[in-house]
Design a protein around this ligand. Sequence first.
Ligand code: PMV
Length: 292
Amino acid sequence: MSRSSFAPGKIILSGEYAVVFGHAGIAVPSSIGMEVIFEEDSNADQLEILWDGTYGGEPWLAYAEKIAGLCRKKRTKLRGRLMIHSGLPLGKGMGSSTALLIAMTRAVLGDDAREEALLMEDHLNPGHSGLDFAVIWEDTPLLFRKGMNPEPINLPPGMLRGGVLIDTGLPSEPTSELVAWMKEKLTAAGTRRPSSESLEALNIIARCSERLIAGDDLSTVMRDHHKAQVALGVVPEETQELIAAIERAGGAAKVIGAGSRTGGAGMVLALGADAEKLEAIAESRRMPFMQL
Ligand code: PMV
């Protein structure tokens, strides 16, 4: 038996962190993603996991082993070869770990294993809102609110045309750590009051989702969204400088995932200006980029 599956990555247009606290978020699947082929061989001694495409080294192989281990709860005799082709930048805000989990679950357990996959995501990515999981599983643009059924959303056709994704480097902290830090800042821990600046930033992000639903211009919304992410403290300086240069060139840009407190901020979505201009800005900073 051989079964293959594909799970896309995701681009969050609006809602990072706000979704964790119950506000609305909007995300779209990316055209690139993770492909998995599972060749079952009951005569094999074990499951061999092979990696092709973007490879993140031992930690990613270990992550795939963990997912396989969780799949074994449902399918105890998991033997043969599992080939992963990763077309996504890894650990950079495009939902690579969730895409890997979903592509593997679909290849091993089948397309109806949504519940099993979500339980694995809860286990491996504690504190997540469910936004990445929903958009990657459904592979369609979604309006997401925690605890509610995600709603497919019609965005203006060509909304992201001419957009560029710029790689600002690997975040220094994993999402689960950043989410835990944000929760501590935003809820009264002990005698400390929640940070009012962060609460206001979260409200601005929540309003950005509503503005997009109301049909506001994406570039205009993205500029406000980016400022709020800066206020939350998850856009390191080098990325702030990149985005300021994009805005000076007439464009708009934002980090499309959890970002980071230091180091890289993962992928940045840039649009609203001539694509060549955006690419030149990335190139001058030696940041890799790809067209949408
Ligand atoms: O893990 P990332 O970079 O795709 O972050 C997703 C967005 C957050 O709101 C920060 C976390 C979440 O679970 O929604």
